[in-house]
Write a protein of this length. Sequence first.
Length: 107
Amino acid sequence: MGTSRPTLYHVLHDDIGFSSDDVQRLTYWLCHTDMRCTKSVSIPAPVHYAHLAAFGSRALNFDDDRTTDNVDDDDGDDEQLEKYSIDDIQTKLMVLDPKVADDMWFI
């Protein structure tokens, strides 16, 4: 048995006109559509895929001006973290190789 994870969703804009029961039903069924697992997962598959894509995109290079901060870890080592501005995020597009453009490369 698993442990249920209660979730609170805020609907910002509803084009479809779902009721709260419809939203709950949709998120329940989306938790059963993850391609990485044969069982249900704790978050809807599109949310999981967005997380995987964001995590994988950390390896991409941005050749522009960024600032870095030193963060002191618990073990005493300093770690450098890069900071991106909102302009970096809004103006940079992720360009994929045409061979993987139609694939779900983040799975």
